[in-house]
Write a protein that binds this ligand. Structure first.
Ligand SMILES: Cc1cc2cn([C@H]3C[C@H](O)[C@@H](CO)O3)c(=O)nc2[nH]1
Length: 224
């Protein structure tokens, strides 16, 4: 049914700070055979025709943020527009968090020059108006910077080892402005917030809470 316009998949984007548990969340839904699950293409970011753009970005952000975020925007667009016959598409992050959280932060920190931030935004604005990027639900894994900082250290992804708490705090505030207080940019769909600080042993019941919404079995009550 990917060909015919009318039955595009119910699309859910999973958003949250680095280390908040997005991969764990996606893994929980792998038990369903009819969900198209798209993890963040981090291996592409680490190896774009042999270039580790993620590594460059973390080691020299002033010189590489534009290149990295430009490629992130492309890979996210590829996920948004990937045809699927499954009724549900579950994506890790999106073209929206790329622009409203990460590019925003690099812009505010001066890691992206004004001309570079403008060019990325020109692409972003055109893309969301002219390409079939339809998001039906946002799952916000809401976490505290201190907790995700500990998790990142334990996970010890090489490029992230030097990520300071302060970076995570700013990224957290951008997610809060965008998805919780909704004072930053427009939100593409209703938001279901999950307490991502819960320990992995007790988080499953939090996931169960949103299962019916992700499977598009229940309309989301706005008060959720
Ligand atoms: C959409 C989007 C995801 C994303 C991830 N990242 C970084 C944060 C993590 O260290 C790593 C994997 O999420 O990439 C980024 O700098 N910019 C991004 N933009």
């Amino acid at each position: 049914c990917a060909e015919s316009k009318k039955c595009r998949p119910f699309t859910v984007i999973v958003e949250g700070n680095i280390g908040c548990g997005k991969t764990t969340f996606l893994d929980y839904f792998k038990k369903y055979t009819n969900i198209c699950i798209l993890s963040e293409p981090i291996e592409l970011w680490r190896n774009c025709k042999g270039h580790n753009l993620l590594g460059h970005m973390y080691s020299d952000p002033k010189n590489w943020s534009f290149t990295f975020q430009s490629y992130v925007q492309l890979t996210m667009l590829q996920h948004h527009t990937l045809p699927t016959n499954f009724p549900v598409k579950l994506m890790e992050r999106s073209i929206y968090s790329a622009r409203y959280c990460f590019v925003e932060k690099m812009k505010r920190d001066g890691l992206l020059s004004k001309p570079s931030a403008t060019v990325i935004d020109e692409w972003f604005q055109w893309l969301i108006q002219n390409t079939p990027i339809n998001v039906d639900l946002v799952v916000y894994l809401r976490s505290s910077p201190e907790i995700v900082h500990e998790r990142i250290k334990k996970r010890n992804r090489s490029e992230e080892m030097a990520v300071p708490l302060e970076y995570l705090e700013q990224l957290h505030h951008l997610h809060e402005e965008w998805l919780y207080y909704k004072t930053l940019y427009h939100c593409p769909a209703p938001v279901l917030t999950i307490d991502a600080n819960l320990d992995i042993s007790s988080i499953a019941e939090e996931y169960e809470k949103c299962e019916p919404h992700i499977l598009n079995k229940l309309p989301l009550r706005t008060s959720v």
